[in-house]
Design a protein around this ligand. Structure first.
Ligand code: ZN
Length: 58
């Protein structure tokens, strides 16, 4: 029996007022990565295209 546990944490609002996002290195579109992300940042479109390229290398 719980008397005081399970306090509800406020759920973050998705997509609203998020951190500044890094630009895609290919098309300069905003990505889902924060600016502090270390590495290559790709937007979902370019990321998908890169995945396709690397998937069938040769
Ligand atoms: Zn892109």
């Amino acid at each position: 029996m719980s008397d005081y546990c399970d306090t509800e944490a406020p759920a973050p609002v998705p997509g609203a007022g998020g951190p500044p996002f890094a630009d895609c290195v290919l098309c300069r579109e905003p990505t889902e990565y924060p600016e502090s992300y270390k590495g290559i940042t790709l937007c979902p479109v370019c990321e998908w295209q890169e995945a396709q390229r690397t998937a069938c290398s040769g």
